[in-house]
Design a protein around this ligand. Sequence first.
Ligand SMILES: Cc1cc2nc3c(=O)[nH]c(=O)nc-3n(C[C@H](O)[C@H](O)[C@H](O)COP(=O)(O)OP(=O)(O)OC[C@H]3O[C@@H](n4cnc5c(N)ncnc54)[C@H](O)[C@@H]3O)c2cc1C
Length: 398
Amino acid sequence: MQHRIVVLGAGYTGAIAAGRLARRLRREDVAITLVNAEPHFVERVRMHQLAAGQDLKPRPFSEMFAGTGVGLRLAKVTGVDVDRRTVAVVDANGAEELAYDTLVYALGSGWNAQGVPGAAEHAYEIAGRPGALRLRERLARLDAGRTVVVVGGGLTGLEAATEIAEARPDLDVALAARGDLGDWLSPKGREHLRKVFGKLGITVHEHTTVTGVEAERVATADGRVIPAAVTVWTTGFAVHPIAKATALKVTDTGQIVVDGTMRSVSHPDVYAVGDAAMVMGPGDKPLRMSCASGTPTAWQAADAIAARLTGGKLPNTPIRYFNQCISLGRKEGLIQYVTADDRAVRAALTGRLAAVYKELVCKGAAWGVANPTLGLPTRRRRVTRERAAAGSAVKAPA
Ligand SMILES: Cc1cc2nc3c(=O)[nH]c(=O)nc-3n(C[C@H](O)[C@H](O)[C@H](O)COP(=O)(O)OP(=O)(O)OC[C@H]3O[C@@H](n4cnc5c(N)ncnc54)[C@H](O)[C@@H]3O)c2cc1C
């Protein structure tokens, strides 16, 4: 009997995990099913580019996974029953249940309105393709001189503000940040950021917490009102509620709590990767939601599953950060080097070279997904019946 591995979500981490599993395990021994709502891979790290009017290369999963041994199931996941080991899905033909022996949960995240009044109704978001396309359409209709306020001074906010300002120099683009602009960056990084924002004519509202959004303006905690024909909300991501509705141990925010092999601490037949997982990183700090740290979680999960099923050695590679790669439009960038636990060091790469570097990182990430089984050494040890049973039946210590 084949061991059934079901991977939920074909974003960066789910697609990588599925491809790596296919490479590590013998086809006769396992049935790998990758479930995703959409038929195309979405390069989430380029959603600000899509919103600013650029076209992205179509990446159909049917081509990416052809001949890899990974079965595709295009359907929306509506629930997971970790006691019965089933996943509820729905597609145009109706609802269905998929049974698994091992589950990899990689449903990613969406935007986070954080309960700010009016944000859900009036703000635009770029956490996924539908939101980015909606903003793109709105920007295309926006007359010269109107104001676009990007709320959130983190990585996504910086990328969104600069991309929009570069693509639409006729608009009045502003950024609202809680602290100083780029206050976590090195002095060199901060200085470069100010230079680029200045060149692009972006107004920066520092020490500004937005407390309300209306159709044409935002209100701030210190009583100001900032005109905003369009508000773009980029204050962080929130996970989908599916995991929280299960018996899995999750954080208050709904991320699945996993150990160093990305295995659920409550249910040993479930693994979680990427944004959906709460993984402790270096310095006992949770990894932030990112492709940079999500990709290694996918490698770790796939290698751990393969090792447990075949009796191989468990992976034990610490996940660490190296840099933060920030695009500042198409011509400018900032590569901020960081410590293992993501704190900025003095060194930073800036300018055109940084933009090229960031572009290569994005291309590399998409290449890794589009060629899921290429470039990996094949280690196809047999799955034994005993190990397969042990791998899914033993309860992990609480
Ligand atoms: C504008 C922007 C810029 C970014 N830039 C960077 C960057 O420069 N560097 C970096 O490291 N990170 C960046 N990120 C963050 C990065 O994109 C995410 O952390 C990463 O995509 C997480 O990968 P994932 O596989 O966990 O989830 P995702 O990539 O979100 O994939 C989840 C998948 O699950 C599918 N799915 C979701 N719900 C369901 C459902 N119910 N049923 C079926 N399928 C479902 C989705 O369609 C998707 O295919 C950026 C994000 C944004 C929005």
